[in-house]
Design a protein around this ligand. Structure first.
Ligand code: FES
Length: 607
């Protein structure tokens, strides 16, 4: 008989070789988080995603829950397979973490547009000289500095406390001849003569972070980096993270801190690459969906998770970087552009800025596909925008063998002369299917007539089977060819998930077109932004009906346009003003209550 002991237990995590102590009653997922090992936890620990599978090698633990009985075969359960989020150790245990339960390494997207903008940053470098104090000249250090600015014809500064703490020491260290980073009446940093000024542009995605270190004198990108958003360990999508923040004491602070820690780490890396110091990073621009924006700035998120989903703030925000824990220059400001609505965030605003869709003269669509897909349509002098709940299927979630774009993910699927061809990332043996692969699979199966337009499989065809306790499936890669020794399949349910996702996106587009009174054939330019948007095969997206059937030359796949927009706002105060001017023109269309939504959605589910 095993009973639950009180006190603490030790958890050994293999093969990563970490060991942590957890309190009795905490789960293996808690243990992994405490050890800094990020397990796939798409459902935020509710037990339905199956992402956090581990194997219990030794020690006693709670009996398998109903979710685990559903997730694993009896043989797997016998072999010790458990869902980390469901399993509570009763003593010291040792677990093995299979590679596909780990969120890293991942392929990251940092490319983007490099549209030229006029350089006109909010922070500028000013070199000043002042005499050292003497018994005859007892002016305070700040007065001395402001007198020197006045002599140069510049207004006085009112530095924040964080800068004042450093002021006396820095002026002396620089021999009274510093380079100041000045932002209006604020002092962002006191630097050495000749130091270059940099800004940090950040695109905080639900899944990934992209960071760019930009030289403020010419707007060039000195370094770029990508990282995973560590909040993934607390839930794959914003909804589960908002729930985590609400359900745990300190939940919101934990999510804020984890995000800021990752950003600080990224800032250090970027500075190392560019040979700069963190003190030279005098401004930041941060874009993200509304939830990421709120987590980053430390704002309340509970109201974002409940209808009618209003943001705490939609105006542009300027916060002191040090106030939110961002370890760049002592007086640096972080600028967060405005949000359009609860589900159309500053990342879409930044994307719209970079792609110029809100200023377009013709008929232009720009969208960024994610768990929520925001679409903007410029037509007939109007700008319409909406957010579609497309779900995380294209990020590999809710797909039986789905995974994110990491080595071994099947990313391309096609038939050539009736024969199935697969391509995996890094040519590694397949272990799952990423977003572009699942989209290709469905398109290819439709082309071959293995799927019909309702999404049903023709079960007379080779590789189509129905396991006794499962749903109809198509075998993409048999166990003997895969990296984990299990079949990789596309199931009827996976096809259904793709129908829902592509249906949501197409419906959003059709509603906007209807509002503007035009049809899809009139779209002159169709801009697809974002990581998935860059990797997806346009032919497949059209084949499944996610995108309208336009000539390919009307499409452009532009990479991380949100990051590009953030960089533009970093180097150009004019761009910030421009956004403020464009925003009132944008008409937000709420889809869920739109009279045509249900009809269009049902029609768009067919292939
Ligand atoms: S099943 Fe454990 S995190 Fe989803």
């Amino acid at each position: 008989l095993v009973t639950q002991h009180s006190g603490h237990h030790t958890v050994d995590l293999e093969p990563v070789g970490r060991r942590v102590r957890i309190r009795a009653g905490e789960s293996l997922l808690d243990a992994a988080r405490a050890a800094g090992v990020e397990l796939v936890s798409l459902c935020g620990g509710e037990g339905w995603c199956g992402g956090c599978a581990v194997r219990l090698l030794s020690g006693a633990a709670s009996s398998p829950t109903a979710s685990e009985v559903e997730a694993f075969s009896p043989a797997q359960l016998k072999a010790g397979f458990r869902l980390a989020c469901q399993t509570v150790p009763f003593g010291d245990v040792k677990i093995d973490i299979p590679p596909d339960s780990l969120t890293a390494p991942q392929r990251l997207q940092v490319e983007g547009l490099e549209a030229p903008v006029e350089v006109d940053p909010a922070v500028v470098a000013v070199d000043v000289s002042m005499p050292a104090p003497t018994l005859e000249d007892l002016r305070s250090d700040l007065t001395r500095l402001n007198d020197a600015l006045a002599a140069a014809g510049l207004p006085a500064v009112r530095p924040r406390r964080a800068i004042l703490e450093d002021l006396s020491e820095r002026l002396r260290a620089e021999g009274w001849q510093p380079r100041l980073a000045v932002r209006g009446h604020e002092l962002a940093a006191i630097l050495s003569r000749g130091s270059r000024l940099f800004g940090l542009a950040l695109d905080v995605g639900t899944t990934k972070l992209a960071g760019y270190l930009v030289a403020l004198e010419d707007g060039s990108t000195a370094a770029k980096a990508g990282a995973m958003n560590p909040q993934i360990a607390y839930g794959e999508d914003v909804v589960s993270r908002i729930a985590y923040a609400g359900e745990h004491a300190d939940g919101r602070r934990i999510l804020h801190d984890r995000l800021i820690e990752a950003v600080n780490e990224m800032a250090r890396q970027l500075c190392d690459t560019a040979g700069a110091s963190l003190e030279q990073v005098v401004e930041a621009v941060v874009v993200g969906n509304t939830a990421m924006h709120h987590f980053f700035a430390g704002l309340p998120v509970a109201q974002l998770g409940r209808a009618p989903y209003v943001p705490a703030v939609s105006d542009p925000l300027e916060v002191q970087a040090r106030d939110i824990g961002l370890e760049i220059a002592h007086g640096a400001t972080a600028y967060l552009p405005p949000n359009v609505a609860g589900y159309v965030g500053a990342d879409h605003v930044a994307m719209a800025l970079a792609t110029r869709v809100w200023e377009a003269q013709g008929t232009v669509v720009a969208l960024d596909i994610g768990t929520n897909t925001e679409i903007s349509l410029a037509a007939r002098g109007r700008v319409l925008c909406c957010s579609c709940a497309s779900g995380p299927a294209f990020e590999g979630a809710h797909i039986r063998d789905g995974m994110r774009a990491a080595p071994g993910a099947i990313e391309r699927v096609k038939f050539s002369h009736g024969e199935l061809r697969l391509h995996t990332i890094d040519n590694a043996p397949p272990v799952g299917i990423c977003g572009s692969g699942i989209l290709d699979s469905v398109a290819a199966l439709l082309d071959e007539g293995i799927l019909d337009r309702r999404g049903r499989f023709d079960d007379s065809r080779p590789r189509v089977s129905k396991p006794p306790d499962g749903v109809v499936q198509y075998l993409l890669a048999p166990a003997r060819q895969t990296g984990h020794g299990r079949d990789v399949v596309v199931t009827r349910q996976d096809v259904n998930e793709i129908q829902l996702a592509k249906g949501a996106i197409r419906t959003g587009l059709e509603v906007l077109l209807a509002e503007a009174g035009i049809d899809s054939g009139q779209i002159e330019q169709f801009i697809v932004a974002g990581a998935f948007g860059t990797y997806l095969d346009l032919g497949s997206a059209i084949r499944v009906g996610m995108f309208p059937d336009l000539p390919h030359e009307r499409f452009s796949q532009v990479g991380n346009a949100a990051g590009a927009g953030a960089r533009q706002m970093l180097v150009s105060a004019a761009m910030r003003r421009k956004i403020a001017g464009l925003l009132p023109r944008v008409e937000y269309v709420e889809l869920t209550t739109h009279p045509q939504f249900t009809k269009k959605f049902l029609a768009s589910l067919y292939f």
